[in-house]
Ligand binder design. Structure first.
Ligand SMILES: [Cu+2]
Length: 237
């Protein structure tokens, strides 16, 4: 009896042969039942074969489901691995960035510390920072700018007469030293690039000038004031 071995023999047949074989259904049974000429043994055998086939179909479906589950499980595992790697990378990044943060803050500390070190000699020496806004104090008989070096371009002079008499503020572009401009009783105003006009005691006026690099003289040219020493050298870089 070829079929007697049952479920255990299923592996003997190749899958391709199984696939082409028609699978009998329960609806076939009444036809067989109305044929009493078929011997009982054969009918049992046929029924066994059908049961076997059904079991096998079930098995195949089960295997398919198993394979699908395996694919799903592998995919899930892959996703989990990818996520784990991503988290590990993120952790690594944060640890390296925190490592980099330390030198960065150290650099900031040194950067802020550096001017403090250089500030001490700068305070004793003449100011060398090219300024765009310069405060100027006028008094008898001096011109006192907050900086003697201006930055080329737009320079704003905020001029205040801190004296007891009227003064003026004149900017001359000249190669000569501010003390060497005397022509008669006053300074030669050749190269005048701007001035405030008369400033009464306590008065303040702002003059914004576009200055090219070079040497300048800041003076008050009211009668006798320049000769009295009311002038100052100024440089634009
Ligand atoms: Cu003056």
């Amino acid at each position: 009896m070829a079929r007697a071995c049952g479920i255990g023999c299923m592996g003997e047949r190749p899958d391709a042969e199984e696939a082409t074989m028609p699978i009998p259904t329960i609806r076939d049974e009444p036809h067989r039942a109305v044929a009493p000429d078929i011997p009982v043994e054969e009918r049992i055998e046929a029924r066994l074969a059908r049961i076997e086939q059904r079991v096998e179909v079930g098995n195949r479906e089960g295997r398919k489901a198993g394979r699908a589950f395996m694919i799903f499980a592998v995919a899930a595992l892959c996703l989990a691995m990818v996520e784990l790697i991503a988290i590990a990378a993120k952790l690594d990044n944060t640890s390296t960035s925190s490592k980099q943060a330390a030198p960065a803050s150290a650099a900031v500390a040194s950067a802020t510390a550096a001017p403090a070190v250089t500030a001490a000699p700068a305070a004793t020496a003449a100011p060398v920072v090219a300024a765009r806004r310069i405060g100027v104090t006028l008094r008898e008989f001096a011109v006192v700018p907050s900086a003697t070096v201006g930055q080329a371009g737009r320079v704003t002079f905020n001029v205040r007469n801190a004296g007891a008499v009227t003064h003026e503020f004149v900017v001359l572009r000249t190669a000569k030293p501010a003390a060497d401009l005397l022509k008669g009783a006053r300074a030669d105003e050749t190269g005048n690039v701007g001035e405030t006009g008369d400033l009464q005691p306590g008065q303040t006026k702002t003059v914004a000038l576009t200055l090219k690099p070079g040497h300048y003289a800041l003076i008050c040219n009211l009668p006798g004031h320049y000769m009295a020493g009311q002038h100052r050298d100024f440089t634009v870089r």
